[in-house]
Design a protein around this ligand. Structure first.
Ligand code: SF4
Ligand code: SF4
Length: 439
């Protein structure tokens, strides 16, 4: 794609980066066929190619964002399916991240939109506040229908409906500390315990620590770790995202220099995609660029890390048929497609892959709150495809997908690592009812 940025515009490193990305796009439109919003809405401006044109136009003309571009960029899930499909290597992720930051700086959203975004940014990355908010949401759930009729307040009703009916007890495993390997220590890793995940499903971290310890891996939860920053990053709140990234880089570099780390293990693939991008996000920060690149190189999804270990024979043979849902951040963001399925199969599960596996389930961070209608269409399509596999349960590697799919599916949804921990001698996942085999 030809561009006409001026030398003055290109002096801005963010614009220069986006210009490089734009020039790679050859307008072929292959990406439209695999874009969930284009497939759902059928509008070119809700396709990757359409959004790329809108972003080019806005940046090239040095214009503030307007309502049209905000509408179509807000509808993008950041699922990155377009990046998997694109034959020209267009880095849509960095382009849309830049567009979102530009929108945040140059566009004044309507009051209700601003208020809801600020509320989400103030609550979700903080487990204590999120736990309290879930408690309040439980009380407010019966009133969710009241907000349905007011377009600007639909996100509130989506938020109330998504809140779980009961919330599990907090786990001590989320606190800073060291979990020793059983027997000889073979590896040492840091675990990102996460923000929303540690509140919604603390069993994921518990299973991860239990499994890793059992196979000879020491797990440290470093002092000072915080939310990965992806929630605010996807809202275009760049400074807040970079502040979280710097805090995590400091915490992990401290561990690397005091005890050493073989990996930084992440159990939510949405967080993994962002942490693997810290090197890029902090590239212009002289004090952090190298440290962030070092952290990104060590970041591994838990299944990616487990696949590098020599695992023993499974202790249990649950013999269940599992539909594996590959989160977008796992398959498109991190290009991890093989390892989770191979690990499940090796552990004794029969793995089924639902049709249209490349399409997002509609969770996408806060998307299911901010764009509830499109999100519900994608969720229902995903659940239909999952249920058609005939599997008895669903495994996936991202808490957002677990919450989203479980809100509509008639079968249990658990994290992949919970099944692996169970197969290798750990606890049966609480999410599996008494009726499941292996009880
Ligand atoms: S990130 Fe997903 S929703 Fe956004 S343009 Fe690409 S394929 Fe479409
Ligand atoms: S597939 Fe790639 S090159 Fe083709 S239109 Fe989409 S982003 Fe551009």
């Amino acid at each position: 794609m030809q561009t006409t940025f001026t030398a003055e515009q290109l002096a801005d490193p963010h614009v220069a980066e986006s210009e490089k990305i734009l020039r790679k796009c050859v307008h072929c439109g292959f990406c439209t066929a695999t874009c969930p919003t284009y497939v759902t809405l059928g509008n070119e401006l809700d396709s990757p190619r359409g959004r790329i044109y809108l972003i080019k136009d806005m940046l090239e003309n040095g214009r503030p964002a307007d309502e049209q571009i905000v509408t179509h960029i807000d509808r993008c899930l950041s699922c990155l399916s377009c990046m998997t499909t694109c034959p020209s290597g267009v880095n849509y992720m960095h382009l849309v991240d830049h567009a979102r930051a530009h929108i945040e700086k140059t566009y004044e959203r309507p009051f209700a939109d601003r208020a809801i975004r600020s509320l989400l940014a103030a609550i979700l990355p903080h487990p204590g506040r999120f736990r309290l908010a879930l408690h309040l949401a439980k009380l407010g759930r019966p009133f969710a229908g009241l907000f349905d009729g007011i377009a600007a307040l639909k996100p509130l009703s989506a938020m109330l409906r998504l809140a779980p009916r009961s919330k599990p007890r907090a786990s001590k495993n989320a606190l800073p500390g060291t979990h020793k390997a059983a027997g000889t220590r073979k590896k040492r890793v840091a675990l990102l315990t996460g923000c929303a995940q540690s509140v919604l499903d603390p069993a994921i971290n518990d299973s991860t620590i239990s499994l890793l310890n059992r196979v000879g891996v020491e797990v440290v939860v470093p002092q000072g770790e915080t939310c990965c920053g992806s929630l605010v990053h996807h809202m275009g709140r760049e400074e807040a995202a970079l502040a979280s990234a710097r805090q995590n880089v400091d915490a992990w570099i401290h561990e690397i220099e005091h005890g050493g780390l073989d990996a930084i293990v992440i159990t939510a693939s949405g967080c993994g995609t962002t942490i693997k991008d810290y090197g890029f996000m902090l590239r212009l920060d002289g004090a952090y660029a190298q440290k962030a690149a070092r952290v990104s190189a060590l970041a591994k999804d838990v299944t990616e890390f487990l696949a590098t270990l020599e695992l023993p024979e499974p202790a249990n043979a649950p013999g269940l048929t599992v539909a594996y849902h590959s989160a977008c951040s796992m398959q498109h963001g991190q290009k991890i497609t093989r390892q989770p399925k191979e690990l499940l199969a090796r552990a004794g599960f029969t793995v089924k892959e639902p049709r249209e596996g490349h399409l997002c389930c509609g969770s996408a961070g806060t998307y299911n709150i901010m764009q509830p209608e499109i999100s519900a269409k994608l969720r229902d399509r995903k659940v239909k495809n999952i249920e058609a596999t005939g599997a008895t349960l669903v495994a996936t590697g991202n808490i957002g997908c677990i919450t989203q799919i479980a809100s509509a599916a008639n079968l249990p949804v658990v994290h992949t690592v919970e099944l692996l921990d169970w197969a290798y001698g750990g606890k049966k996942p609480a999410g599996l009812g008494q009726h499941q085999a292996g009880a």
